[in-house]
Design a protein around this ligand. Structure first.
Ligand code: FES
Length: 125
């Protein structure tokens, strides 16, 4: 069996939603101290819906594929659904990741959580 699924390779080679979202109202950056990979997530939320989402990932192929898939999974979805996205769901949507690459999908979950927290803190001010 190939180490990486076709979906991982597809999202690595043709990542969806890459870039900066100028009018984002929730931005989160997370990193993994061990591998040094960094992920930045931009959310544009309106009426409790994730209207748009983009990411920048400086990291391994699995991290790029995970962020790409994660953006696809939350785009157009209610905030509440985005909040519940788990790294396991991201990895499953990619048809799996090798065990030692699961932390790359954790980064995607954490980046979305950080961006949502930023969005919420902006609502309070
Ligand atoms: Fe660390 Fe992929 S190797 S995020």
């Amino acid at each position: 069996m190939a180490l990486y699924s076709e979906k991982v390779m597809d999202h690595f080679r043709n990542p969806r939603n890459v870039g900066v979202l100028e009018d984002a109202n929730g931005v989160g950056t997370v990193g993994n101290a061990k591998c040094g990979d960094i992920m930045k997530m931009y959310l544009k939320i309106e009426d409790d819906i994730v209207k748009d989402v983009k990411f920048e990932t400086f990291g391994c192929g699995s991290a790029i594929a995970s962020s790409s898939m994660a953006t696809e999974l939350i785009k157009g979805k209610p905030v509440e659904e985005a909040r519940q996205l788990t790294n396991k769901a991201v990895a499953e949507a990619l048809d799996g990741l090798p065990d030692y690459k699961m932390h790359c999908s954790v980064l995607a979950q954490e980046a979305i959580e950080a961006a949502l927290a930023d969005y919420e803190s902006r609502q309070e001010s």
